[in-house]
Write a protein that binds this ligand. Structure first.
Ligand code: PLP
Length: 422
């Protein structure tokens, strides 16, 4: 098969595709694998019951059902949903949005691919602009989204040691260079893979840098505000005319509906809508219809605050306790879990790269993610190859049954102990 440069790039080795292959195998084909890999949300029965009720309501009304199954959605999204969502966000977060600030996407991943390539890549004047990641490790799913090569610049973090085992990454503003080559700044908050929540001061400083250089700041809120709000620490939601907030229904427990939400200045929304319509014609209707139901009487806020966040808070506390018990006497650190549903473990001076640790764990029936691939932008930049930290970390999710999480943590401890002893 002969392929164009585009075809070759998008059929090459991809960490995103490997991750989703592992996920598909563990969740759909081989249920005996202990799955602590990709970012599938947990199955939370109380949330599932609410979705079932909402779907039944939609299905039981022939007019609504016809609209959901038999009609293309308007290019920007269902106008009633856009209006309801804008007023929900204004009430809940004190923003001042109108429907013109919001567009619907087929999942936030597809929104990133368009927005990244709209702001980074080759410009008319021959200038090549990049997506700038002010703090890596960052979401693996960004890594292959550029239609151009050499698409990212990334900034190593500073590391704050909080106690003997806990640490937190911070943006290293002394090294961060925003300039004429920056097309877009992008952070996930909470961050996948670390569970970091950038502080309010960090976000304000990034927003002000972005504004000074006339580039947008994208905040990927897949795990944060407005929903599912899996945040365990104090953090203010940030919004300005120069910010693009991208949200998703996936981490509410609805990855199957493939619904993303872009919140931005109306000019950006218009541009995004045009590009999205060219590529997708229209977005799926089921997610937006469900969201309309969930917004009634702020049901979604109660769901996030009384069901979803407490579920993950309990799970992470439990997982940290198991880590402390199983990893005794190992030189381990974990990133302070401030949100999302991951544990990011750092094994200082690990004698093998984390990709090899991933392979060894996989051979024993446990799926995790190797840390290397999350240093998006650094790995492609030869000057940073010598930073050992990026080969000393792994990411786990704690979204499975408690017995699976405990067994997985014990297995990692066993393997890592053997590696240090060798
Ligand atoms: N952003 C982050 C940080 C993620 O972890 C994910 C998925 O794992 C996404 C965005 C993509 O979510 P979706 O395309 O399902 O909306």
């Amino acid at each position: 098969m002969q392929l164009s440069k585009f075809g070759t790039k998008f059929t090459g080795v991809s960490a995103t595709v490997s991750l989703m292959d592992d996920l598909g195998e563990a969740l759909n084909v081989n249920p005996d694998l202990l799955f602590m890999g990709g970012g599938n949300p947990a199955a939370i029965p109380a949330a599932e019951a609410i979705y079932q009720q909402a779907l039944q309501k939609i299905a039981s009304n022939p007019n609504t059902l016809r609209k959901v199954l038999g009609t293309y959605q308007s290019p920007q999204g269902d106008p009633v949903l856009l209006r309801d969502l804008a007023s929900y966000l204004n009430r809940q977060l004190g923003w001042s949005l109108t429907a013109a600030n919001i567009a619907i996407a087929n999942g936030s991943q597809s929104a990133f691919s368009l927005l990244f390539n709209m702001f980074a890549g080759e410009y008319a004047q021959g200038l090549n602009k990049k997506v700038e990641l002010p703090l890596v490790p960052e979401y693996i799913g960004y890594a292959d989204l550029g239609f151009a090569t050499d698409f990212f610049t990334a900034n190593k973090p500073t590391i704050e040691l909080i106690d003997d085992h806990c640490f937190k990454y911070h943006v290293d503003f002394d090294r961060l260079a925003v300039d004429q080559h920056s097309g877009l700044l992008c952070i996930s908050r909470p961050t996948n893979p670390t569970g970091n929540v950038l502080t309010d001061t960090e976000v304000e400083q990034l927003a002000s840098l972005a504004e000074q250089h006339n580039v947008p700041l994208m905040i990927d809120g897949a795990y944060g505000l407005p929903f599912p709000n899996i945040v365990f620490t104090e953090a203010k939601p940030y919004w300005s005319d120069n910010t693009i907030v991208v949200s998703s229904l996936s981490k509410l427990g609805l990855p199957g509906v493939r619904t993303g939400i872009v919140i931005a200045h109306p000019d950006i929304i218009d541009a995004f809508t045009q590009a999205n319509t060219i590529l997708n014609l229209a977005c799926g209707n089921i997610g937006p219809a469900l969201l309309r139901e969930l917004l009634v009487d702020e049901q979604i806020t109660r769901l996030c605050n009384t069901v979803i966040r407490p579920y993950y808070q309990t799970s992470v506390n439990q997982a940290c306790q198991w880590v402390a018990e199983a990893f005794v006497e190992l030189p381990y650190h974990y990133h302070k879990p401030e949100g999302a549903f991951f544990l990011w473990l750092w094994f200082k001076d690990l004698p093998i790269p984390s990709r090899e640790l991933y392979q060894r764990l996989k051979a024993r029936g446990l799926l995790v993610l190797a840390g290397e691939d999350f240093f998006v932008g650094l790995v492609q930049d030869g000057s940073d190859q010598d930073w050992p930290h990026q080969r000393e970390c792994i990411r786990l999710t704690y979204c499975q049954e408690p017995a699976v999480v405990k067994q997985g943590i014990e297995l990692i401890a066993d393997e890592v102990r053997a590696i240090y002893q060798q």
